[in-house]
Design a protein around this ligand. Sequence first.
Ligand SMILES: *[C@@H]1O[C@H](CO)[C@@H](O)[C@H](O)[C@H]1NC(C)=O
Ligand SMILES: *[C@@H]1O[C@H](CO)[C@@H](O)[C@H](O)[C@H]1NC(C)=O
Ligand SMILES: *[C@@H]1O[C@H](CO)[C@@H](O)[C@H](O)[C@H]1NC(C)=O
Length: 547
Amino acid sequence: MANLGSLFVLLLLPPASALADRAEDEPVYQPEMGDSPSGSLWPLPKNLHISPEFYRLSGHTFQIVHSPSSTAAVGCSLLDNAFRRYFYYIFGSNAARRGPRKPTARPSHTGELRQLQVTIIASDPECNRHPSITSNEAYEISVTQPVASLKSENVWGALRGLETFSQLVYEDEYETILINKTEVMDAPRFAHRGILLDTSRHYLPLKVILETLDAMSFNKFNVFHWHIVDDPSFPYQSITFPELSAQGAFHPVTHIYTLADVKMVIEYARERGIRVIPEFDSPGHTQSWKGIKNLLTPCYSGAKPSGTFGPINPSLNTTYDFLNRLFKEVSFVFPDNYIHLGGDEVNFECWKSNPAVTQFMQKQGFGSDYRKLESFYIQNVLDIVTANMKGYMVWQEVFDNGAKIKPDTIVEVWIERNMKAELSKVTLAGFTTILAAPWYLDYIAYGQDWQKYHQVEPLRFNGTAAQKKLVIGGEACLWGEYVDATNLASRLWPRASAVGERLWSSEETTDINDAYKRLTKHRCRMVRRGISAQPLYIGYCDQEYKG
Ligand SMILES: *[C@@H]1O[C@H](CO)[C@@H](O)[C@H](O)[C@H]1NC(C)=O
Ligand SMILES: *[C@@H]1O[C@H](CO)[C@@H](O)[C@H](O)[C@H]1NC(C)=O
Ligand SMILES: *[C@@H]1O[C@H](CO)[C@@H](O)[C@H](O)[C@H]1NC(C)=O
């Protein structure tokens, strides 16, 4: 047994040469010790002044309240719920572990903070609306004794400000809850700050999605890009076409998202200022759409159908009738102004093999240029979505292949090779773009890859100021080949936090030692709030993960 055991260990170890390489190339990481002058704030606010004066807070007396002049003072359940949530994050999770109190030994604080007063200024606080690409997330916080204030145009800024306020609160070594006198004026650098989750390669239970939305709000993300269907499975239960999930889901009952599920996700996200953009990727990545007869192209082997199927068949009118009805439903179910239409990685081989498609190519005068056929298909889909009053996002191939896209299309750049040239090209053509290429978090490696994500500068490409303005944000993508409910949170956090800061904070936020100090604490805060965020490096949290 002993021999077998050691053999097993030997097999699991990387070859000696790999170990030697690492020792030579990667010096042992030595993080700088001590606290950041910005405490544990993540992402770093635009303008921040923390003074050495500090106040005590008590869960028995402290309140988060509407200011009398706030336009959201009455009947804004979105904010009322947020007040409750943040009160719990500040006091509940601390109090939960507290044993008998040590005697207060250090009464050096200058009084007690009694209230956080929240003021919404705009005549429409937007309590019952959905967030959008133009939502104003700016806010101001002033912490002075005895009443702190948080001001914003409408609820979206208030949500971001509540998160920041909760991050200003800390405990000293006597477990006294404290907050320093602080001024914050904050607004995001980029308007679109997204996380992509893939629920086709593995089914993600609702609980995991909701937990991710919580963690997103801790990191000021505001878009959940829901890559809901793809080749492996179709978990979206369509009302119009129930056969899609009945035949395309991993399991037709247990591994689907019902209309009620989807609505719950959308509302949970809304309450946290997060948009939900669904992606129905086509004409490729559609193997699971097999529930619809004659939708996928039959591939041929010589003169005979081979029994396999390729991308959606662009040569049939019935295809577009189907898509019209499907996207009518999707536009109705998902309130966001945008739908992601995919359009990436279309394999032309099956189209080439199919005689009906070949005939259609001739009739349309496409010659043998299958990119023209793809563009024909995409154009039809874009028209369908436009007719349903929605805007659309697409992967970069749709632009690269020359489809005629509407001026307000958002092009998502995902191919890392030539990424800068692509950003130049897309913005030169006048299209709004978001960047995903440097942030494919499904690729994992030894060490602190969050630093690499943090160091990306999205606007470092050749272009005019007008071109750079067209880059409205980015997305961290966690594709699902190797991810399910067991490892999603620890793989995503705090690696995605680095992307969150890059997209929220100013371009000058590049001090990696300062980021390390803040992120270490932010990660422990996520753990305290129930997110199984993985460690950055050697160390501990006051409250370790309890599962
Ligand atoms: C808060 O105040 C304390 C006490 O003066 C000080 O030591 C600490 O550095 C302050 N925190 C921050 C983040 O500035
Ligand atoms: C498909 O629709 C087009 C345009 O409406 C029409 O010209 C064509 O005849 C239709 N094809 C079939 C096979 O019905
Ligand atoms: C920008 O353009 C200059 C001059 O054409 C070129 O030398 C440089 O490599 C380009 N930089 C990037 C990031 O593409």
